[in-house]
Design a protein around this ligand. Sequence first.
Ligand SMILES: CC(C)(COP(=O)(O)OP(=O)(O)OC[C@H]1O[C@@H](n2cnc3c(N)ncnc32)[C@H](O)[C@@H]1OP(=O)(O)O)[C@@H](O)C(=O)NCCC(=O)NCCS
Length: 155
Amino acid sequence: MRKKISAPGKIEPATPDDLDHILDIERESSPNPWKRSFFEDELTGRLSTILVFKGLKEEGIKGFIIFRKIDDIVEINNIAVCIPERRKGVAASLLSFLKTFAIKESVIEIFLEVRSQNTGAVKLYEKFGFRFSGIRKGYYSNPKDDALMFKIDIN
Ligand SMILES: CC(C)(COP(=O)(O)OP(=O)(O)OC[C@H]1O[C@@H](n2cnc3c(N)ncnc32)[C@H](O)[C@@H]1OP(=O)(O)O)[C@@H](O)C(=O)NCCC(=O)NCCS
């Protein structure tokens, strides 16, 4: 699974060597960053995939996405882009890559949850064609927030 995209970079599966850089991005991106062990589990999990977006000139990892495919459903568990590289299409490229993968794998739906206060991420998903599908009141803590559920139908 490796593909060049129109933005200057490439998307490929993460390796254990990528974990330090992924953790740096996670820490600057989330109020409750995942621990290293969470990423290690996703890296080795049979149903999980971590994809990284890398620059062409060895500038390191600019962003990542983590998803699980269970039968014909995909759940996005995490997506983040390092601060200096935001609003340059990195997350959109990762979502496009995932959508192409989902079509090939006969996935019927991709879904996710996002904090209601995370307006940037909500805008990203809406722009990408995800539809609001429900709310989980008080789902998140530190800070307390509702989870908005979004999904997109594939195939
Ligand atoms: C949300 C996040 C992943 C977006 O990554 P990104 O690479 O900057 O997003 P893109 O450049 O691909 O944005 C594509 C479109 O999404 C929307 N968008 C993305 N970030 C936005 C923001 N902060 N405010 C408003 N719209 C935004 C815009 O429509 C954008 O298109 P435009 O730049 O042409 O207007 C990034 O801001 C991030 O890492 N945030 C912290 C982690 C996080 O919140 N993850 C989501 C958890 S559910």
